[in-house]
Write a protein that binds this ligand. Sequence first.
Ligand code: PEP
Ligand code: MG
Length: 846
Amino acid sequence: MQKNSPFITLVTPDAPIAVQTHGGRAKCLQRLFRLDLPVPTTVALSFDAVHRLASGDMPDIPRLIEPFGDDQLLCVRPSSEDPDWGGPRAILNIGINHDRHAALIGSIGKEAADEIYLRFIQAYSEHVARLDPDMFDDIDLSGPDALRAALEVYEDEAEEPFPQDMATQLGGVLRSMARAWEGTSARLLRMAKGAPADAGLGLVVQAMVFGLGRGESGSGVLQLVDGDTGMPVIKGRYLTQSQGREALEAGAKSLFLTCDSRGPSLEEAQPEAFANLISHAQLMRQKLREEMQMEFTVQDGEVYILDGVRIQRSARAAVRIAVALAEEGIISHEEALMRVEPRALNELLHRQVNPNAKRDVIGAGVAASPGAASGRIVFTEAAAQASAARGEACILVRRQTSPEDVRGMHAAAAVLTERGGVTSHAAVIARGLGLPCVVGASSLRFQTKQRLLTARDGRVFREGDILTIDGTNGEVLSGEPEMLEATLDGAFKQLMIWADETRDIGVRANADTPADAKTARNFKAQGIGLCRTEHMFFEEDRLTVMREMIFADDPEDRRAALERLLPIQRADFVELFKIMGGKPVCIRLFDPPLHEFLPSNRTGMRDLAEALDLPLSDVERRIEALSEYNPMLGMRGVRLGITVPEIYDMQARAIFEATLDASKDGAPVVPEIMIPLVSAKREVELVKKRIDAVAAAVRTERGEAFSFRLGVMVETPRAALRAEDIAPHCDFFSFGTNDLTQMTYGLSRDDAGRFMSAYVQQGVYPEDPFHTLDAEGVGELLELGATRGRAAQPNLTLSVCGEHGGSPESIAFCRKVGMDYVSCSPFRVPVARLAAAQLTIQDKIG
Ligand code: PEP
Ligand code: MG
């Protein structure tokens, strides 16, 4: 062959072939040549050549076919940069004509020669001449006259005889494949799979090995692992007298590869060919450093490798494969870490709808918490609890959730709401509990009072009907499709160990309850970065005392109620400290507006009046007095701490007493106390003074020493701006990016779901800023707060504890601005650990 050109390259071990110029398939074939595997002669056409071809500039065909020798039939396959972007289908048997057909009859027999010619006529008619594929419907394709009849039909339809010239046939095939790639629908399809608009296509032209004819001939595919489980197993099929991937077609009389009680196998029929195939596949795995599916042909007992493609795999298989390759020393630990998409771990951490199951989608919303669960729908928190008491899985359906629904959420298998976005109450709690959750599903009609849910297509679902919530992709399904269980196997654990050895930013969990803390420990969080203490007050026994405290007329009565809450809080903290075994626990002082603890309906108010022995009108008046126009910007967080200081006093005492109790027979505890919603230095000064006083009192009373760290939750823009004033009073800052995003945009976290998709679709926001940290705006405040805070207090520990803490893009940002750790829902901890490790590796490789 003449020297390689930029357009036409003979694939040899050292030819200039790259994925970026010739595509993945051409590159893979070159690697197979380097391994000295029996690959038929192959020529690669570059992206440039194919692009020119599409606009009519035909490559030099005589030069292209020169390496194959006379009379060699060819096949052409697509070679895009990423095999997942697809491409036109392969065309086989190019070059067959009357003369070659006659010659083939002599070498491989009439039946096989007819079959080859027939197949090419069909493929050429459909893909090159663009004739109606139905035109062969009236021909008995297995009859003795099929070939003659097909040639006649072609001539009738195309109004010319079937082309006999190899150059015409090959040119036609190449042009049709190039044009198919450049067509609008193909472009849109691959762009949907992540391809750039101008993604190139290469083509590989290969000598045909027939898989048909005398002696044992056929074709098949083989791989060494299962793509669903990642477990080692020889998988694939072989079909005698076949080409391409026909062995995989439904109904084909294919053989198993290994001995199998269900039927005959290649191993038994052709032991030598089988042994060769296995050794080739093992060599490919070893040297290509990947699990590949091998496409092979057997011709007269001889094995040929036509192609190798990276096997498609589920997330759980991706983890097992990466870890197995690394454990065998085929790839490094770092490469194994880079091969798993962090978000894909969600598939392992939660039950999922089996991807092969039939999905009856009745509506969709925001995918707020991953995993899937089925159950009977209920519309109230009480019905959810009753359902749990009966041992029946239920789906809690609400317009939106409030703290009153938390117990119902605990009882439910999944949650569905009409309103809300990724940081709405339902979403945050569900993620913490590891419950599948879809929020903002406004395409469904919610009539919660009538206990009805109406689907887009008009189907009505009533209390007790079974639905499935798929929180991984935000879909609501009718019925109970088959599920795949969560799998935290040894491979997952190993990958996580390597991630921890690699990463350079800490990962803690947001955990409010002992159950959350246990999950956090299980997922190897390095501590609790945010314990939202208010969630502890929603248990039935505490709620009443809490309400008494809220209704207290004077500080004395309030103190009395708080004294009853103190031992309960102390016990909560002792348990948390013990579970965390000396790892840091950051406790946020009380944050929400008080009215969230009061009943919102008349029955609840009557119950409360009874419990407090007050007239109903008093209760109503009190609730009315506590209501606010804009509670998220009202009397909450540190504002409560300043105006009703007894609450924080009680919490500080509970924390300190628990510190001493838990340290007695466990690892020493150094609690972290965090003040929420700070916007001014004076707030910190006032709260700090009281907390220091409580600490001094507890030390004196107990005659024991302890230390603690005090910090501020930076979640108002002003706190970030005035970080330099605030930091000298603090040991740490934790950025609450949920509220910070809400306040920076002036965007309600509970209502944004209604218009967020329109905003993202129209490019107003590139992403939902509650989901992906807005690096430009909110990020600037973060950076500014971090820099100014550290300027005033160099030892300041910095972290993010908003929901963004678990998103890989946000972790990249946090790392860049020098945060010490991120804290996220326990179930997102593994995702964060892997994402953080990948960032360190990326920095290392540049
Ligand atoms: C925040 O605002 O980012 C935060 C973590 O607190 P919460 O979600 O409880 O308001
Ligand atoms: Mg907040």
